[in-house]
Design a binder for this molecule. Structure first.
Ligand code: CP3
Length: 350
């Protein structure tokens, strides 16, 4: 193995599909949801947005799971909704409820009024500052993951104004105004590319795209309105590996594998063998334990985690099938992480 690659941290070697001594482990939404240390830090801020915009606090929240849980990667503390905000669509984070956009996209004029590309990405200086600061504090201990929402998921928030049971406003727009939909998706994509490029310049080692509402679309629409934009983003940033996590998009695995990404994140509905058969031998798969498995007793968590590692085999990054839930017992999280950290390929009994 060439020395440049063997010197890479475990997580980046695994993301490149290299042979590794054990799979790396991290948890989606590890920064901010589970640790009492996060809640203590959060208490210093009047609201979530003030926290996100403070690089010292964001950096500390990013480092906490690395220091406390020993995970193999850090993910920058921020949110996917900073992108619509930078484009001119402000949001509020309503305590215990989630995001709400006071204004939503209702017509062509509203789409035209949005800023995009580098001009919008410039407004996210606080994210770049948090990345630089975190990178320095990590001092090479583990890689730093940057991220953004996928264009379809950001589009959905811009149309719905928050979460939704049916996403019928966003889905309706794709049928009623396909051309305007593409204009908006392209504006989001241009902003996301500029934003992620700046994240890489600020120290991100890998980029993950969260397509949280992928499973809301029929396959043909996912192929028309989501995949081409994911592809554009991946192709525009060749410098680092990319992960696409498209929740619920089991039907699009072949399309995702054709994107210029190295890692495909899986939710817990997808059997590993089903995914492997569709993506082919090359992509690394990430996931996919049911986040609720961490409410079980320690022994059951250990068994489920080992079973998952064995089922995936090589080319695998251990994670949950979605973000860790806020009330997950810390002991459950530790049992999951520790099982992977202690895993040895050659040991048949564990
Ligand atoms: O992975 C990480 O820990 C990094 C930080 C991160 C946050 N949000 C912090 C956050 C990441 C990667 C996200 C992504 C995100 N945000 C997604 C995609 C992933 C997914 O879960 O599907 C989505 C859909 C959002 C939008 C969002 N932000 C919602 C729906 C909410 C409210 C409820 C919640 O906790 O998810 C947020 C708020 C938010 N984002 C919090 C955190 C730590 C909670 C804020 C608080 O402390 O009050």
């Amino acid at each position: 193995m060439p020395s440049e690659t063997s010197n890479l941290p475990l997580f980046l070697r695994a993301a490149q599909g290299l042979e590794v001594e054990r799979p790396p482990v991290w948890l989606m939404r590890q920064a901010g949801r589970i640790l009492p240390e996060y809640r203590a830090l959060r208490a210093h801020f009047p609201d979530f947005k003030a926290f996100v915009k403070n690089p010292d606090a964001a950096s500390e929240a990013t480092l906490q799971p690395v220091d406390i849980l020993g995970v193999d990667a850090a993910i920058i503390f921020s949110d996917i909704l900073v992108v619509p905000e930078a484009m001119g669509l402000d949001y509020e984070m309503v305590e215990a409820k989630g995001p709400r956009f006071p204004k939503v996209i209702e017509n062509e004029a509203a789409v035209a009024a949005l800023q995009s590309g580098a001009a919008a990405a410039e407004k996210l200086d606080y994210v770049y500052a948090a990345l630089r600061q975190t990178k320095q504090a990590l001092n090479g201990r583990v890689p730093l993951i940057g991220f953004a929402g996928a264009p379809w998921t950001i589009f959905a928030y811009m149309l719905e104004g928050g979460g939704s049971k049916t996403f019928s406003k966003a889905r309706r727009m794709l049928y009623a105004e396909p051309e305007l939909s593409h204009v908006l998706l392209q504006k989001i994509t241009d902003t996301t590319i500029a934003y992620l490029r700046r994240q890489v310049q600020s120290g991100a080692d890998l980029l993950q795209l969260f397509d949280s509402w992928a499973g809301e679309l029929p396959p043909a629409h996912y192929r028309t309105f989501a995949v081409p934009y994911l592809n554009q983003i991946c192709a525009a940033i060749p410098e680092v590996p990319k992960t696409i996590f498209a929740k619920g998009a089991w039907f699009a695995l072949e399309d995702l594998a054709a994107c210029d990404c190295q890692v495909i994140g899986l939710d817990w509905n997808i059997p590993p063998a089903f995914a492997r058969a569709r993506v082919g031998a090359l992509p690394v798969l990430q996931g996919n334990l049911d986040p609720c498995a961490l409410y079980a007793d320690k022994k059951s968590i250990q068994l489920a985690t080992l079973e998952m590692i064995r089922t995936f085999g090589h080319r695998h990054i251990v994670n949950l099938g979605h973000g860790v839930y806020p009330d997950t017992p810390l002991d459950g999280v530790r049992a999951f992480v520790d099982t992977v950290l202690e895993y040895r390929k050659d040991s048949s009994s564990h």
